[in-house]
Design a protein around this ligand. Sequence first.
Ligand code: SF4
Length: 346
Amino acid sequence: MIPSIPVPWQAKAWQTELSRAITDVEDLANILGLSLDDMDWDPNPTFPMRVPMPYVSRMRCGDRSDPLLRQVLPELAEKNSPLGFESDPLQETSATLFPGLVQKYRGRVLIIAAENCAVNCRYCFRRNFPYAYHRHDSTFPMLEHIRDDPSIHEVILSGGDPLIMPDARLNNLVESIEQIPHVKRLRIHTRLPVVIPQRISEPLIEMLVNTRLRTLIVAHFNHANEIDDHVAVAFTVLRQAGIPLLNQSVLLAGVNDNVESLCSLSEALFEVGILPYYLHLPDRVTGTSHFHVDIDTALRLHGSIQGKLPGYLVPKLVQEVPGRPAKELIASASLPPTSPRINARG
Ligand code: SF4
């Protein structure tokens, strides 16, 4: 199905936004009317700041505690290194089959399709990821691996952000995957249309609907303020094209760790046709301890939102535990919160 409403921007508008992303904290402070002296910022972050203007435009001017600003501002707190925080807490290195291809769970594989993102989220679980190792000149070895394993029914495009690839490259990759008969589904994990909704263009949608693969998009929103009119248009167009839309968020201290924010997020997502799917406990990644929410708080919050939202708007509270056959379900909408079976990192 092709969308019935056109997107109100040019197909390449997203690349312009990408190229003028803000990378300087002083520039960001000026735009937001903030004083650098009031910001506990790190002038030499190991993970650079990067944030596109369409996202900045949704931040509240003059508000040092803005939940969107907190997600992108390198803070001095990133230098803290409490015990238990590590560079690869999900042990993705051991789940790597070879450069560019990761398999954590049976039946699906994850392609590291790109090593960059439009935005550098401070809490990112891949902020220390060895992208250089995963760089590949050819997708041939990974496609051969998928072809040789008939148990693989789903390919996940991840990164980095896979939608940072130009349409032609993305199209080539999708065409190669669809030639593998036992692959049925293509899942795209992306935050790019959240920060630059102009990424949703007609050529992209045509590609997604014309493949024989059943395509779904898993977006990454953490706060209702991330949804403005342009974002609403982008996701409405995707929905009208018949593409299933899910969201995964991360529970982040100072961003969405309260009942009102979580409820507003679920309501706002549904308004634009996205189902809240996962609420992740933050991973214990080096440099992110200031975002940490403990498991008891997470359970309490999740229990509270169950009392305020219909079940289909309550995301599953999950935690990724290396070596498990699936994500660890801590609480779902249909079950009362219980003590987790495992709390290795919680
Ligand atoms: S978009 Fe995703 S992969 Fe990229 S920095 Fe943000 S959380 Fe990490």
